[in-house]
Design a protein around this ligand. Structure first.
Ligand code: WT7
Length: 645
């Protein structure tokens, strides 16, 4: 082992874990040497098929072709529901914990199956059919899972838009996916506050003439506008619908969903996932990475609007017949002990959250944690950004009382499921390392020229082969898919992350190497925020970078150049912040705005972001070479005026 601090696997976890280190090594080796044999066995073990596939796996990343189990027929809702009815129909599938601590609900596999069939029929009655795109804009209520599974049941492709996105952002996504149906609710509730989802939907739809039906779930009973002929109450539509809805036989390669995510350039892209490979990836990782044991309550605190919610609240856990907890609220409401109160209330064994939440709670004092029992906890998880060792140690020591391994899971919207993470019964842990690759995943580090770095070293993280849950394309733009992920290093998938590999082969993700920033575990393209800022008629130019933020991981730092004759002011800053919130959503709110008379540019006019990042991060000793700038004195002014001195 290298010099890093190491936490060996606790004996209590090793006993009875699904995978030991020896098994991991054997299975991992086999998964790379004999992918056909390995994936065909796993697909048989984890999933139920209506009919067998032809070729198990074939890919050519230099062309952008990826196929797993092509020709095989299955249905995701059948795998998540129907096949469990006989053995665990009366067992809990979803535990819903509402925003208020006295609101909760348990839904059995049988109930969930019935609700899904009804809503699937309700959609069919409104003309939704296989291949159609359906937009879901819902809060964290069971109907979100019902809507996803109902789409899967009839072969419709869902596109979930996070409830925190603005009407503008919702509209862009509806138009890009050409969705004709939207599912929303009157309002959402988080931390005691109502969010006007139906109102936002109405605004978004002003620009979406193709949307014919809006299903509205009644969550709060709040006042909303009604558009006769277009709007339908979800409960009315379901009440009329039959509970008999045969699952559509889908090809393993048919799309299951689209999910928009930010990139370094342009508008968010619709990451498209497959049916068979995606479900296999999420089911396998849910079982092995969390060491899920029959009967345990498993809780992922993400929102279903993000990929983590898709894969680890809904699809992975339900495919495995697990009890999955869905939480409507926020970690600090009614108080900062809410997570641990919920853990005690529902006997949560596996708890999966983001470093930003850990850091926020760490700052609220240990009493909120220590006045709860948490004895049910067995495994802790982390996702979304690198977890700093201080947060890791606090999570381990205070929350897990040194008995629960922390699985630091590295993956992306594009990867569909976890690619690098410890298996709790197998790997010793090092705080801040996502440790070793999952089965079938072949990570490599490459330098900027594409040379592969062997052994210990640092580089750009690529994956040297396809894996089942890998995205298949960008909806409507296969060329963009190819150019974004596969063109940089032919034959390899480029993650956009940098990483280090230590002497034990452990991976340490160092963060994005492109113009994507990670704010509280949410991905934000700097170009998107810049586009919002330049909409203001007093702004001539904007450049956005990330900077280290104690709680959020990265904060948004915006450099704004005004039109000639315009004066900087606090009011203007407020207008700019509001513009970002309106255009994208509250997650895009700049934390710091600096008015810059001019931005550092090369002689060819390219903004030197490296310098902007250094100034924003207060790393003034390491600005690097500024001699290629058209006007090096610009930098002195930037430093002088920086917003976080
Ligand atoms: C980016 C993907 C899929 C999970 C939710 C975020 C960063 C994710 C880790 C981790 C270090 C991480 C990467 C990645 N990231 N997990 N355990 N350690 N960094 O999904 O929005 O698609 O963002 O999040 O930079 O590229 P996403």
């Amino acid at each position: 082992m290298s010099e890093d601090k190491v936490y060996p696997v606790p004996e209590s976890i090793k006993q009875g874990a699904h995978i030991s280190f020896e098994q991991y090594q054997q299975m991992y080796e086999r998964s790379l040497k004999d992918p056909e044999g390995f994936w065909s066995e796993q697909a048989d073990k984890f999933l139920d098929w209506f009919s067998k596939w032809g070729t198990t796996c074939e890919w050519d990343l230099s062309k952008g072709d990826i196929r797993f189990f092509a020709g095989g027929k299955l249905n995701v809702a059948y795998n998540c529901l129907d096949r469990h009815l006989e053995s665990r129909g009366d067992q809990t599938a979803i535990i819903w914990e509402g925003d208020e601590p006295d609101q909760d609900e348990s839904i059995t596999y049988r109930d969930l199956h019935e609700r899904v069939c009804r809503f699937a029929n309700a959609m069919k009655a409104r003309g939704v059919k296989k291949g159609d795109r359906v937009c879901i804009y819902l809060p964290m209520i069971p109907e979100a899972a019902v809507a996803m599974l109902a789409c899967a049941r009839i072969g419709a492709v869902h596109s979930i838009v996070f409830g925190g996105f603005s009407p503008e952002a919702l509209r862009d996504r509806i138009i890009d996916a050409d969705a004709e149906v939207v599912i929303t609710s009157d309002e959402g509730v988080r931390g005691g506050r109502a969010i006007p989802l139906k109102g936002n939907t109405d605004k978004a739809l002003e620009g979406c003439p193709n949307v014919k039906t809006v299903f509205v779930v009644q969550r709060t009973g709040g006042n909303i506008n009604w558009n006769d002929g277009r709007d339908v109450w979800y409960h009315d539509a379901c009440a009329e619908a039959s509970t008999d809805c045969p699952p559509e036989h889908m090809d393993a390669e048919d799309p299951l969903f689209i999910l928009y995510t930010s990139g370094s350039t342009g508008k968010p892209k619709g990451v498209q996932h497959s049916t068979g490979g995606y479900l296999l990836g999420t089911a396998m990782t849910h079982k092995y990475v969390f060491d899920y044991q029959e009967g345990e309550v498993y809780w992922c605190t993400a929102d279903v609007g993000w990929v983590t919610g898709h894969s680890y609240i809904v699809y992975g856990p339900l495919a495995n017949g697990a009890k999955t907890l869905m939480f409507e609220g926020v970690p600090t409401y009614p108080d900062a002990g809410r997570f641990w109160q919920v853990v005690d209330k529902h006997n949560v064994a596996i708890f999966y959250t983001a470093p930003t939440a850990v850091r926020a709670l760490m700052g609220q004092g240990d009493e909120h944690v220590t006045n709860t029992s948490r004895k049910s906890l067995r495994i802790l998880g982390s996702v979304g950004e690198p977890i700093n060792p201080e947060a890791w140690e606090w999570y381990y020591r205070v929350v897990g009382e040194e008995r629960c391994p922390i699985v630091d899971t590295w993956w992306q919207t594009e990867t569909g499921s976890i690619l690098i993470a410890p298996l709790p019964g197998a790997m010793d842990l090092k705080p801040g390392s996502a440790t070793l690759p999952f089965f079938g995943v072949e990570p490599q580090l490459v330098d900027d020229k594409g040379n592969v770095i062997e052994g210990e070293g640092k580089g750009n993280l690529v994956i040297n082969r396809a894996w089942p849950s890998m995205m298949r394309t960008i909806y409507g733009d296969h060329e963009r898919f190819f150019n974004t992920y596969l063109a940089a290093y032919p034959g390899k998938y480029f993650t956009g992350d940098g990483a280090r590999r230590d002497a034990d082969g452990y991976y340490w993700i160092t963060g994005r190497v492109d113009d994507v920033i990670n704010v509280s575990g949410h991905r934000m393209g700097t170009a998107e925020v810049e586009s919002a800022l330049v909409l203001h008629d007093k702004v001539s130019e904007a450049a956005v970078v990330g900077y280290p933020h104690d709680v959020k991981g990265q904060g948004i730092y915006a450099y704004v150049t005004l039109m000639a004759g315009e004066e900087p002011s606090e009011d203007l800053k407020k207008e700019l912040v509001k513009l970002c919130i309106d255009e994208i959503g509250p997650i895009a709110k700049p934390d710091l705005i600096q008015f810059a008379p001019s931005l550092p540019k090369t002689r060819s006019g390219k903004i030197m972001r490296r310098i902007l990042r250094k100034v924003a991060s207060n790393e003034l000793d390491s600005l690097g070479d500024t001699s290629t700038l058209a006007d090096p004195s610009v930098v002195d002014t930037l430093i002088e005026d920086r917003a976080n001195k």
